[in-house]
Write a protein that binds this ligand. Structure first.
Ligand code: C5P
Length: 211
């Protein structure tokens, strides 16, 4: 099982970065739950201050480029669950000396696109049998997730509404969007969401193995 979690940090200079908001709690909980069910788990983690779950092999990264590399190096895997809130952009140029404040004019930040780790994985020759992405949305949660599933060629997208206090919070309410339709789970603590997902993943992999 290959799992990404947490944010990525995209350095501007030695003291500044841009990032997406992510505590890493849901991804770490999924690593813990799948390991508890007996999976061999590699967790590629962005910068978070969370303890490594029991039995999980953790690889720490900082940027999206590093996460992309670590994910490729961790293949093959039976399933991949991409929970990380990867920064969509990074500064076009890293400035190796701290940028000085100069009068009233703030520096312009030129951005460039990061690799989409999930899309790359779903298109790779070593594609895991089950590729799962997350979709954090603030509106049209399920519709956006359906489109994202197709666009990224993922098997499932786990959609969650982050317009409330999900970010950094202890609870989550998710919808599992797959080729079979949408299963909505009630609001639960993140470890319970993780166990519900881990059980469905285990069932799906064993059903596929039996075919
Ligand atoms: O496009 P969006 O960021 O909403 O997609 C979210 C899903 O895609 C998550 O599963 C996230 O981990 C993954 N993703 C990725 N690499 C990116 C952007 C998103 O793996 N650069």
């Amino acid at each position: 099982m290959l799992i990404t979690a947490g944010p990525t940090w995209e350095a501007i200079d030695p003291v500044r970065y841009i990032a997406n908001r992510s505590s890493g709690k849901q991804g770490f909980a999924i690593a813990a739950a799948t390991a508890a069910l007996g999976a061999q788990v590699t967790l590629v983690a962005g910068p978070v201050s969370l303890k490594t779950p029991k039995g999980v092999d953790r690889i720490d990264v900082e940027s999206a480029a590093e996460m992309n590399q670590a994910v490729r190096a961790a293949l093959p895997a039976d399933a991949a669950i991409m929970v990380a809130a990867v920064a969509d952009w990074r500064p076009r140029q890293y400035v190796s000396e701290k940028i000085k404040k100069r009068g009233s004019a703030p520096p312009a930040l030129m951005l460039t696109e990061n690799p989409d780790i999930l899309t790359n994985l779903a298109a790779s020759e070593k594609r895991p049998e089950l590729v799962i992405g997350f979709a954090a949305e603030t509106e049209d949660v399920i519709d956006n997730a359906k489109q994202k599933r197709k666009r990224k060629a993922a098997d499932w997208i786990i959609a969650n509404d982050v317009s409330g206090d999900v970010m950094g919070g202890d609870d989550n309410e998710v919808h599992i969007v797959s080729g079979d339709g949408v299963e909505s789970l009630e609001q639960m603590a993140k470890p319970d969401v993780a166990m519900a997902l881990a059980q469905r993943i285990a069932q799906t992999l064993s059903a596929e193995a039996a075919e």
